[in-house]
Design a protein around this ligand. Structure first.
Ligand code: PRT
Ligand code: ZN
Length: 292
């Protein structure tokens, strides 16, 4: 493939961390072929005009704002924390976490107002400042880049603001969530100039269509079943599907075969109801891609 210099885009992803595996999986599932990234700073995609840069997640907002990379995959928490001029263009279905205020388990801090004048340790200075300013509670902040969760025990801070996922890090350090202040997930961000460049925009849109196709596919399953014809309306109500389901008659009179897609999150409860209505021979298949 011959590519003009400006007719390709650069995508920055986390080199090694919590978003790396899911980011790589998404790119591969989107049909992009590229070399294994170990020890490389960047690779060129073989079947799409794309260069992939492997960097620390904290560097991604600056790389995008400065135009060194056109797009990047990053946690929304980092995107909001770092002053940057990039634009969010897509939300992904991985990297879920919360940014939360946590206090010692035995603490007598019960309301936000109890934190007035207290010291809070965090790596998320900007988001924390903004949250307390909005709530009109003056606090002191110590910026910590490492193990924020140990600061209350060693007397540096009364509370912390940090990322929580399962909560086990907090529990190990005798802390508990007091209030979640941000729900975050991985997002796609873009350089604003690149968005306005027709060639790059076209490539971004093509990539996003693939990403959305992969995400929809993981959120849905393909389902086939046999059911009495007179139950069709009831079944249709249970499975709104994308459009109308495909319906074909069976050799047995009064019976039909129904094929449609079903959302993963309501999967089991829908299957149980379908069985109650009288559906039989239910077959469920994973979807590889789904393009709306
Ligand atoms: O090396 P580099 O700078 O690239 O990576 P990093 O160490 O700064 O970031 P990394 O890989 O830890 O996280 C990347 C992104 O993943 C974050 O910005 C979030 O958007 C997202 N994410 C999802 C998480 C978590 N879950 C998470 N649990 N980021 C961090 N954690 C940490 C948290 O800081 C705490 O120490 O995990 C601990 C809490 O986890 P639980 O499960 O014990 O609650
Ligand atoms: Zn980082």
């Amino acid at each position: 493939m011959i590519k003009a210099k400006e007719n390709y885009i650069k995508l920055a992803i986390q080199k090694s961390g919590r978003l790396s595996e899911d980011s790589l999986h998404l790119l591969h599932s989107s049909g992009l072929e590229f070399e294994s990234y170990k020890r490389k700073l960047f690779v060129t995609c073989r079947n799409f005009p794309l260069e992939i840069l492997y960097v620390r997640d904290d560097d991604i907002p600056d790389l995008i704002s400065s135009g060194f990379a056109d797009i990047g995959i990053i946690g929304e928490n980092v995107f909001l924390e770092r002053k940057n001029d990039a634009k969010k263009i897509l939300e992904f279905n991985f990297g879920f976490c919360s940014l939360a205020i946590a206090v010692p388990k035995e603490s007598n801090i019960k309301t936000l107002d109890d934190l007035r004048g207290k010291t809070i340790a965090t790596s998320y200075v900007s988001i924390t400042k903004k949250f307390f300013a909005q709530n009109k509670i003056p606090i002191k902040i110590v910026e910590i880049t490492g193990a924020v969760e140990i600061t209350p025990a060693v007397g540096i801070a009364s509370a912390i603001v940090d990322i929580v996922s399962t909560g086990s890090t907090l529990a190990t350090n005798d802390l508990k969530v007091f209030k979640r202040i941000l729900e975050s997930k991985a997002i796609l961000i873009a350089n604003k100039k690149s968005i306005h460049n027709a060639l790059k925009r076209d490539l971004m849109e093509k990539l996003m269509m693939r990403f959305k196709g992969v995400m929809s596919a993981t959120n849905y399953k393909y389902i086939m079943m046999n059911a009495p014809e007179n139950k069709l309306e009831e079944i249709k109500k249970l499975i709104p599907g994308l459009k109308s389901p495909t319906i074909s008659p069976l050799a047995d009179k009064g019976w039909i075969s129904i094929q449609t897609v079903i959302q993963e999150e309501v999967f089991w409860q829908t299957i149980e109801k379908l069985k109650q209505i009288g559906a039989q021979g239910i077959i469920v298949l994973p979807l590889e891609k789904m393009i709306h």
